[in-house]
Design a protein around this ligand. Sequence first.
Ligand SMILES: Cc1ncc(COP(=O)(O)O)c(C=O)c1O
Length: 367
Amino acid sequence: MARVGTSWPIRQNITDLAVYKPGKPIEEVQRELGLQEVIKLASNENPLGPSPQVLRALATALERVHYYPDGSGYRLKNALAAHYGITPDHILLGNGSNEIVQLLSLAFLEPGDEAVMPVPSFPRYEPLARLMNAVPREILLRDFCLDLDGMARAVNRRTKLVYICNPNNPTGTIVTRSQVDAFMQTLPPDVVVVFDEAYYEYVTRDDFPDGLEYVKQGYKAVVLRTFSKIYGLAGLRIGYALADPALIAYLERVREPFNVNSLAQEAALAALGDTSHVARVRRINEEGKRYLYQQFTRLGVPFIPTEANFIFFDAGRNEKEVFRQMLSKGVIIRGGFGYDTWLRVTIGTPAQNKQFIHALEQVLQNS
Ligand SMILES: Cc1ncc(COP(=O)(O)O)c(C=O)c1O
């Protein structure tokens, strides 16, 4: 065998990247801790699962998996276009909205360019900027909200992308229409604003700015939305971008030809059509939110009011320890956001929320 040595000619910025750590899977916790009953409230998934109409569409679609998917996503783009009152050329489909964050990096960031982003927030903006040898400018939240003034100050001649995660993950806070209007006025014309609206469908406040309005007004804006959350299709991986057709046409050149699989496309079409399921998920989320607010208040646990399907709360103890103890009780939540005592819990079914509160109460009493 040829001697190949042990080092690989890897690009330097790749050796510096960390591997993404997802929320712990249920099976892993069952295996590691020998637990039967485990609930996962760690990744902001939809606790009700997909609509029954999705399951039926998938059964039919399964019989056709020997064909490549429709690379143009024709039917789904048309359905989304009708849903939003835009033309299909404003839409790009992605293998999750996560893929579109990567496509934006590939399309816009030259080495040395800068991308301005909030932190803590969705943790993919930063590594995907580094992937391109670009510079992430991470702006800390202020009072758990995006610091738009700080972000505006970080914009300079090298800035290509600005990420506005709205509502923000992990805090669930929003920036309002008037705040974003003012922010947009400060930007140089060539900066592209990415509105990451993964939790858009959960929002109830009427001062929430719909990113699509900025696209329609002619700003250099891209809106990211997903079927992973309210539509309950996280495992199938499908999200989309809404933007000016000229930008969408560039992103179409960068993506893989069949980036969104056929099951995901059929499931998304069915999910979009089942508005009563979406309404049900929203109602369960609102009820869960109210219950968890009451229980946090009863336990004296500070929390941040949320516009999404998760709540950021202060356990008042080391977050890693709280995470570990909750895990030992079969409840997977999420910490590691850079706040010593704060963690995030996904709003679950009524039974899951109760189980979470029961476990949290025990953890707080025992420490
Ligand atoms: C703010 C935010 N953006 C994007 C995503 C990625 O979603 P997708 O499953 O569509 O890749 C998530 C997932 O948790 C998220 O929280």
